[in-house]
Design a protein around this ligand. Structure first.
Ligand code: C5P
Length: 214
């Protein structure tokens, strides 16, 4: 049995108390991955941004709003866990300045300066112990496999699940699972629970079992 941390859903970066940047992630893949991990007997902690779905009751769920909050909660949970699956779609940019009261319209256009938020999987993969593993997701619209392999290496992850943009807010997914080094392990397609079960079987075989034997 492994303790697996799963990031899930979008994050939000506020411009003022009522307006924010976000994306269309529904959290459905995170729900399916959590259930698939539980079905294999693993302990699951989910760090979730705001979504309207329910996670399995056997999973511990920590709710966050911003990317920095997701990083902080994931760092703590991962420090005592075996592996991390980064299924969230964290907001990559945040406004440099956040208004404390609602921005008022003046009749003039405004310019908002954005800065990059921290990368959760890259930060934690860079500091993990040799026995811990990190799995990332990659969502691309073109050169899908090539960009996923580049991301796998740049973020120093152990495995990457490459999917296309149609996975966003859909009940279905179509993915390629790629191991560190670039080996394509499998292609999985169908309803997200089925795809998640396939991903967890590959994680068990290629990341969890080898650690148990060392
Ligand atoms: O770079 P991109 O957003 O395509 O990378 C996707 C992978 O990186 C996913 O596993 C996602 O959860 C993770 N990620 C992250 N923190 C970010 C952005 C992406 O953990 N700020």
């Amino acid at each position: 049995m492994a303790h697996i941390v799963i990031t899930s859903g979008p994050t939000r970066q506020y411009l003022d108390p009522v307006r924010y940047l976000t994306n269309a992630s529904s959290g459905r893949m995170g729900v399916s991955l959590a259930q698939a991990a539980l079905d294999l007997g693993h302990q699951v902690t989910v760090i979730s941004g705001p979504v309207s779905l329910d996670y399995p009751s056997e999973a511990k769920v920590l709710w966050v709003t911003t990317t920095q909050e997701m990083l902080d909660a994931t760092r703590i949970a991962f420090s005592t866990a075996d592996g991390l699956i980064g299924a969230a779609a964290p907001c990559d940019y945040m406004p440099e300045a956040v208004g404390t009261s609602k921005l008022q319209k003046t009749g003039n256009d405004i310019t908002i300066h954005l800065k990059e938020t921290p990368d959760i999987v890259a930060t934690l993969a860079a500091n993990k112990s040799p026995k811990q593993w990190v799995v990332a997701f990659a969502l691309e619209t073109e050169d899908v496999r090539f960009r996923a392999i580049v991301k796998l290496s740049r973020k120093a992850c152990d495995m990457i699940v490459s999917n296309s943009a149609q996975a966003m807010n859909s009940d279905e997914n179509n993915v390629e699972v790629i191991l560190k080094g670039g080996t394509v392990l499998d292609q999985l397609y169908g309803p997200k629970p089925l795809v998640a079960a396939g991903i967890l079987r590959l994680i068990d075989k290629h990341l969890i079992a080898p650690c148990a034997n060392t």
